[in-house]
Design a protein around this ligand. Structure first.
Ligand code: ATP
Length: 197
């Protein structure tokens, strides 16, 4: 059976923290395929200094070029409104009727997972694979997984790289150096397009 790792987010922009998580999860889980799914952003956010769906998709494509199993998936960008994970998973189920899904999340996402729309149904469609964004989060993640669903939530020990898109956007806006925080090709794209100024 094909095992597919799914990784959703705004990726505004994608950074080395995302890629570190993805690489370490993949090293342990060995998925047949990895799908990165940028989420829709409300038009007013895209219109401010943030990036369009097309730009975020393009940056993700550049970022995962050297991860052979990884591909970028635009299903949430086609929709005009917000996409709920449950709806995305149902669509993916139709596209991959027999695959086993593993939805990859960082700490913030697991800790708020029980506020997601139909989270119990989400867990019927996919496993959740959670890992830390910062040191010392492992125990908290395990506790949360125990509480919610210990059969369907897998917590992995990985070496975290604490970093956020918010931090990178701030630095870019202030004209600070961000090389080393995201792949050179992504930074080049940001510069070329004049994003986040
Ligand atoms: P923002 O600062 O704009 O809120 P973000 O850096 O949190 O963005 P998202 O695109 O919202 O990034 O995150 C997508 C997914 O990646 C989420 O599951 C999130 O927990 C995870 N993630 C983000 N940054 C890291 C990191 N440094 N380490 C591990 N996981 C991360």
């Amino acid at each position: 059976m094909k095992r597919i790792g799914l990784f959703g987010g705004t990726f505004n922009p994608v950074h080395n923290g995302h890629l570190n998580l993805l690489r370490q999860v993949q090293a342990q889980m060995q998925f047949d395929e990895l799908l990165l799914i940028p989420s829709h952003l409300p038009p007013h956010k895209e219109a401010s200094n943030l990036a369009s769906g097309k730009d975020r998709l393009e940056m993700l494509t550049l970022a995962v070029e050297d991860i052979p199993e990884a591909g970028v998936c635009d299903i949430e960008l086609h929709k005009s409104g917000k996409s709920y994970t449950i709806e995305t998973l149902k669509k993916l189920r139709r596209l991959f009727p027999t695959a086993e899904f593993y939805f990859i999340v960082g700490t913030d996402m697991l800790l708020t997972f029980d506020q997601w729309k139909q989270w119990r149904d989400i867990l019927k469609l996919t496993y959740l694979v959670a890992s830390g964004r910062d040191e010392g989060e492992y125990e908290r993640l395990c506790e949360k997984a125990q509480k919610l669903d210990r059969e369907r939530i897998i917590v992995l020990k990985t070496r975290p790289l604490p970093l956020s898109s918010t931090e990178i956007r701030k630095k870019l806006k202030a004209g600070e150096d961000v090389s080393g925080l995201l792949p050179p090709k992504v930074l080049h794209y940001i510069r070329q397009k004049g994003l986040y100024r």
